[in-house]
Design a protein around this ligand. Structure first.
Ligand code: KIV
Ligand code: ZN
Length: 527
């Protein structure tokens, strides 16, 4: 049996199915690029039949990266799904069509209303169709962990016979436990006569918090592909977290004896990229990539680590690209020092972006005595944003305090109108500047309402969080908001030494995303 475990990342497909985590094509391309650099073997880029946007994203990712990683498109057992996936992947050097059909009794009876033999027939027919379009075909009996073992053996065997090169055994609802899942995989290895002609894959959801443990148990039983997502993003409680699986296999190589192609120092950077793109914050004590993952509070631990690191640390922070709270640079640090630090932190920025980060750094160092690694990372994340925002915050003023009515005045610029005006003969950008005022429950609420009056939409705030990026009294605040507009969720994130400004910028970012999906309209109010 091979000692290499294939890492199949589904952040862009199953991860994106997480509420509020939908991503634009440029955002998906940015994450796909980082996944390629991380060394993942397969990237599931989307579900091409789901929407024209999904189709475009799979096509764009496949065209750009299909020579460096295998790009996969998902399809139900339906002709039109499979043909659409084939179209999205056409001409790509390394591609895969992933066909799925539920097999558990609950799904057969209530969802599909199909008998066992109808399921087998449909699976065989559609795997064959997929194979006629693509050399590499994965088949998933959805809800496999709740499927009768005998029937699972039959479906898997027939799917391999029909041409499936990978058979994935999904625990769709996160029902399995490690020994149970180990037994399912072992049973398939023993009873599927042609199992050696396919790779066994795992796909575990985290409803009982066991997705990583189940995936590792499957590797012990002989699975050689693991499906996972960055930060464990995914439906409901999420999927198995890629960073946890990879570091478990690496740290316990003595036990598992298998390798992956993952370049682990890139893990934390990618975790931050996915978090800032989706707005899904990473909990502080999250294994591997959380802020506290390498922090020792207890004196006895600190003492032990100082004497010998391995007394209380099983992994080295640098092996996962962890960024601590080191004091790095000050106001007088030059461009060269910033460039070196950015590279040490694991980023490669084009010159223009590096210049922007440097300018932001100088502005920050003017307001803040100590600039930490985490501050630099926040500035980079801010500049790595790949969407173009229509509305820009120029200035705001608030009046708030005990016994006063919180009031805000705001000035925004409509960048699209400014661009048109700049191209006109008058070139007067002030025509694109709008001001308005509002009162609110507090200063943040007042600023948000004033901005909504200008841009002409009113959204519902679903989530709002502020956290300090680094330590110290002058720490930057990172605001993260989630809004709902016309039934869709949008998030925004921003940093500033002023938390009201960070909140306003984050809210405006979310409004910009909502507006970008609307037909062009003129602002409701403005002077
Ligand atoms: O959870 C699941 O069963 C899936 C399949 C499409 C593999 O995501
Ligand atoms: Zn899934």
């Amino acid at each position: 049996m091979s000692d290499n475990v294939i890492i199949f990342d589904t952040t862009l497909r199953d991860g994106e199915q997480s509420p509020g985590c939908s991503m634009t094509t440029p955002e998906k391309l940015k994450i796909a690029e980082a996944l390629v650099e991380l060394g993942v073997d397969v990237i599931e880029a989307g579900f091409p039949i789901a929407s024209p946007g999904d189709f475009e994203a799979v096509r764009a990712v496949a065209q750009r990266f299909g020579d460096r990683a295998r790009i996969c498109g998902l399809a139900r057992c339906r002709r039109e799904d499979i043909e659409r996936a084939g179209e999205a992947l056409r001409g790509v050097a390394k591609s895969r069509i992933h066909v799925f059909l539920a097999t558990s009794p609950i799904h057969r009876q209530f969802k599909l209303k199909m008998a066992e033999q109808e399921i087998v027939k449909a699976a065989v027919e559609h795997v064959k169709l997929a194979r006629s379009l693509c050399e590499d075909v994965e088949f998933s009996p959805e809800d496999a962990a709740r499927t009768e073992l005998d029937f699972l053996v039959e479906v898997v065997e027939k799917a391999i016979e029909a041409g499936a090169t990978t058979v994935n055994i999904p625990d769709t609802v996160g029902y399995a436990t490690p020994t149970h899942y180990f037994k399912v995989i072992s049973h398939l290895k023993q009873h599927v006569s042609n199992i050696n002609r396919a790779i066994i894959s795992t796909h575990c959801h985290n409803d009982l918090g066991l997705a990583v443990a189940n995936s590792l148990a499957a590797v012990e039983a002989g699975a050689r592909q693991i499906e996972c997502t960055i930060n464990g993003l995914g439906e409901r409680a999420g999927n198995a977290a890629l960073e946890e699986i990879v570091m478990a296999l690496k740290t316990r190589h003595d036990y598992y004896g298998v390798e992956t192609n993952i370049h682990t120092p890139k893990l934390c950077g990618l975790s931050r990229l996915v978090s800032s793109t989706t707005g899904m914050l990473v909990q502080r004590n999250k294994a591997i990539v959380g802020q506290n993952a390498f922090a020792h509070e207890a004196g006895i631990h600190q003492d032990g680590v100082l004497k010998e690191r391995t007394t209380y640390e099983i992994m080295r922070a640098e092996d996962v690209g962890f960024v601590g709270a080191n004091l790095v640079l000050g106001k007088h640090s030059g461009r060269h020092a910033i460039r070196s630090r950015v590279i040490e932190l694991g980023y490669q920025l084009p010159d223009a972006q590096l210049q922007q980060v440097y300018d932001d750094f100088i502005a920050l160092a003017d307001k803040k005595k100590n600039v930490y690694d985490a501050d630099i990372v926040a500035l980079i994340d801010n500049r790595m944003n790949v969407t173009v925002d229509r509305w820009k915050l120029i200035r705001f003023h608030i009046a708030a305090g005990t016994g006063t009515i919180p009031t805000a005045t705001v000035e925004l610029r409509d960048e699209s109108a400014a661009a048109t005006s700049a191209g006109s003969t008058t070139g007067d950008v002030s025509v694109a500047t709008y001001r308005d005022a509002a009162i609110g429950d507090g200063p943040v609420d007042a600023v948000c309402k004033a901005m909504e009056r200008i841009v002409g939409i009113s959204a519902e705030l679903k989530d709002y969080q502020v956290r300090a990026v680094s330590g110290g009294e002058d720490a930057q605040g990172e605001a993260s908001v989630e809004i709902v507009y016309q039934g869709r969720r949008y998030h925004g994130k921003a940093v500033s030494t002023d938390v009201i400004e960070a909140s306003a910028l984050a809210y405006l970012k979310a409004l910009n995303k909502a507006i970008s999906e609307q037909p062009t309209s003129t602002p409701a109010h403005g002077v």
